[in-house]
Ligand binder design. Structure first.
Ligand code: PRP
Ligand code: URA
Length: 204
């Protein structure tokens, strides 16, 4: 499974602020979006284009038109990454997958799914935390079933356990993240991580 760590001083400094427990929800939301812009640019390097011709004021020249793109945030925390994608790709179509981890077993359960047509299309799956990998894997399974062309998971922080779990089950999925941390604690939280992303994003 191809794994890319977005290494950029700006990404690193934004991630540091996201990790900081003193960062308030308004700033957390802003940074989550800005970091997602960096991740999204990295993740869409392989987005295909078709060749078009345009007339500049001086001459005709060749250019590129973007292929269609689908973004699928995993609720809730993935919503914090969606605006970055819609700003960069205003034509994107958006689907939603609602998954919640059980507090005791850490197993995800699906409570919502609404996908646009994804057959053969490039899908950006948005979930900031790749912890055990259960949620990302379940979402990739749903996208696979729906016939998605190519799936890239955008994550803010990944745990090695989650990377391995996803690679075993969905080796074809690309992962772009800002960091791979040390591992999981006994509650399956990423360490050092940044805590509960959804809670920090929504102030809950
Ligand atoms: C969090 C996070 C991921 C999931 C990652 O969601 O946003 O979706 O946990 O954990 P995993 O890799 O072990 O599956 P959570 O279930 O807490 O829901 P929320 O986004 O609504 O807070
Ligand atoms: N979900 C989160 O929000 N944070 C973690 O560290 C693990 C799962």
């Amino acid at each position: 499974m191809p794994l890319t760590i977005a290494e950029h001083p700006l990404a690193e400094s934004m991630l540091t602020a996201l990790r900081d427990e003193a960062t308030s929800p308004p700033l957390f939301r802003l940074l989550a979006k800005r970091l997602s812009l960096v991740l999204c640019l990295e993740a869409t390097r392989k987005l295909s284009t078709t060749e078009v011709r345009v007339q500049t004021p001086l001459a005709e020249t060749g250019g590129a038109r973007l292929a269609s793109l689908v973004a699928v945030p995993i609720l809730r925390a993935g919503l914090g990454m969606l605006e970055a994608v819609t700003e960069l790709f205003p034509e994107v179509t958006v689907g939603y997958i609602g998954l919640e981890r059980d507090h005791a077993t850490f197993e995800p359960s699906l409570y919502y799914s609404k996908l646009p047509p994804v057959e053969g299309r490039f899908v950006l799956l948005l979930d900031p935390m790749l912890a055990t990998g259960g949620s990302a894997s379940a979402a990739c399974g749903a996208l696979e079933e729906a016939g998605a062309g190519h799936v890239t998971l955008l994550s803010v922080v990944a745990a090695p356990e989650g990377v391995r779990y996803l690679a075993d089950r969905h080796p074809e999925v690309d992962v772009v993240t800002a960091a791979v941390d040390d591992g999981l604690n006994e509650l399956a939280y990423i360490v050092p991580g940044l805590g509960d992303f959804g809670d920090r994003l929504f102030g809950t």
